[in-house]
Design a protein around this ligand. Structure first.
Ligand SMILES: Cc1cc2nc3c(=O)[nH]c(=O)nc-3n(C[C@H](O)[C@H](O)[C@H](O)COP(=O)(O)OP(=O)(O)OC[C@H]3O[C@@H](n4cnc5c(N)ncnc54)[C@H](O)[C@@H]3O)c2cc1C
Ligand code: SF4
Ligand code: SF4
Length: 448
């Protein structure tokens, strides 16, 4: 298969909010950008969230226009469902080998009409976004606001019955598709590879992922989202509307036993946000947040916390030692409560549903592929964080968003601006070679 060649000023790796915003900022300044995303749609974790703190704006309403603007920008070449294979330094820039994974659907022909989905006879569990609570057909458009709005075939489970081929009005299904090599020549790289959440089964004291009514913060996001699996908050074991919901803070962060010693920064705020949303969705439910410290550091965040208290959310200071369940699968929380005078008391409380406020881990190890050092926490390390937070130790390679460390959406967007600005300034002043340019550098506009 012939290799497609793309020549750009900047390659952005990762199409979450940080990567999209960096690509948009650079594209708006006239730079040619390639954005490589390994998933079949851009959007990152943000597309799975319900509403955002502290404004409680609909997350989809903020993310979808950014996804669309990224995909339709004249200066952004979007490659989804694509993996970076290797990066080699080459004179003033980098040569990057990318593999476009086969969708078994021709992107140029697919209109996203979903006729194929309707006739496909098989379905499999939807694990990527819905934690197995719903299913999707073998050929499917990943979600209703996916960008690009193109189908993809789960080839491992396909029985090749051919029904989708017959149903597709655009003749887009193509089972002969192979992985396509793409070579990107770029003068700079921005890493926006994001985060993963700490695993729900990491702590055996909290049930090791086996208690059905102990879920993660991300699972609760999906239950609260208008696009979620049930359209309402139901507990997993029996579909009952929970009357008592508890949050366990720092369930994956600030924990030596898990090797995650840092604060994940967003968990206090997302737990408070979810508690407020639950107060609206289930007005009679009692909501308790067990915490070690509440960290509401951002603009308007402390007021958000005070509002949650005023709405009746119960905040109890204490460390949860253990979660078990009774015969009806109601979680029992054993906690050492600390009163305002520092006196401790161990107690057990039963709830209908417990949410673990899981923390943030780096989205993979960027050291091997991108040659950038990582800190003890596994996130990308920059030599001068206070002065140049987006500049890595590798000339021409920049970092943005949660690839750098835990941060919320506001900070990810601000970091995107910082990364775009550092990249632009590098491209203008050094011509990508690390040396002062004698004259204004030319911008690459051609696609070979
Ligand atoms: C439960 C929960 C609730 C939250 N609620 C809020 C909230 O209400 N308000 C708020 O401000 N913040 C909230 N956050 C934090 C918010 O999700 C993050 O700040 C934001 O999503 C970070 O965006 P990002 O682009 O850095 O990373 P991501 O969203 O993780 O995007 C990274 C992208 O890079 C891709 N990628 C990774 N590696 C590669 C690679 N090698 N090649 C190609 N692509 C790659 C990934 O597939 C992904 O699409 C919440 C977090 C959680 C866990
Ligand atoms: S060929 Fe595969 S994807 Fe197409 S309808 Fe049959 S099972 Fe579904
Ligand atoms: S593959 Fe064909 S039937 Fe399926 S969404 Fe695309 S255009 Fe529609």
């Amino acid at each position: 298969m012939p290799t497609e060649h793309i020549k750009v000023d900047a390659l952005v790796v990762g199409g979450g909010i940080a990567g999209m915003q960096t690509a948009l900022d650079l594209g708006d300044q006239g730079y040619q950008v390639a954005l490589v995303e390994r998933q079949s749609s851009i959007g990152g974790k943000m597309i799975d969230l319900s509403k955002v703190f502290p404004t409680l704006d609909c997350c989809s309403c903020i993310t979808t226009p950014k996804m669309s603007a990224t995909a339709h920008h004249d200066n952004i070449n979007l490659l989804t469902y694509s993996e970076i294979e290797s990066i080699n330094r080459n004179g003033n820039g980098f040569t990057v080998q990318v593999t476009k994974k086969p969708r078994y659907v021709r992107e140029d022909d697919c209109t996203g009409c979903r006729s194929c989905e309707l006739v496909c006879p098989l379905e499999v569990s939807e694990d990527e976004h819905e934690f197995g609570r719903t299913s999707h057909r073998i050929v499917y458009v990943p979600f209703s606001t996916a960008v690009p709005q193109k189908a993809v075939v789960d080839i491992d489970n396909c029985i090749f019955c051919g029904k989708c081929i017959q149903a597709c009005p655009s003749d887009a299904i193509d089972f002969t598709q192979q992985p396509e090599p793409v070579e990107i020549e770029t003068r700079s790289i921005v890493l926006a590879t994001g985060f993963e959440t700490t695993p729900i089964d990491a702590k055996k004291e909290y049930g090791a992922g086996k208690l059905r009514n102990v879920i993660s913060g991300m699972m609760m996001e999906r239950l609260l989202a208008p696009t979620g699996p049930y359209g309402r908050v139901l507990r997993p074991s029996d579909g009952k509307m929970p009357a008592s919901i508890a949050y366990v803070q720092c369930a994956g962060s600030r924990d030596q036993t898990l090797g995650v010693t840092y604060c994940s920064r967003v968990c206090c705020m997302y737990a408070i946000k979810q508690a407020m949303l639950l107060s609206g969705a289930l007005p009679l439910a009692e909501i308790t947040i067990y915490y070690m410290d509440i960290r509401t550091f951002g603009k308007g965040y402390e007021q958000f916390y005070q509002n949650a208290k005023a709405m009746g959310v119960e905040f109890l200071k204490g460390k949860v030692a253990r979660i078990t369940e009774d015969a009806d699968q109601n979680p029992i929380v054993r906690v050492e409560l600390i009163d305002e005078f520092g006196k401790t008391r161990v107690t057990e409380r039963q709830h209908d549903l417990v949410v673990l406020s899981v923390g943030l881990l780096p989205g993979g190890n960027p050291q091997a592929k991108f040659g950038v050092p990582v800190g003890e926490d596994g996130f990308i390390q920059v030599p001068d964080y206070n002065v140049f937070p987006a500049v890595t130790s590798q000339p021409g390679i920049f970092v943005t968003g949660t690839a750098l460390g835990p941060m919320d959406i506001v900070d990810s967007i601000m970091m995107a601006g910082a990364a775009a600005s550092a990249t632009a300034s590098y491209l203008e002043s050094s011509n990508g070679s690390g040396k002062e340019a004698q004259s204004q550098p030319e911008r690459s506009v051609e696609y070979a």
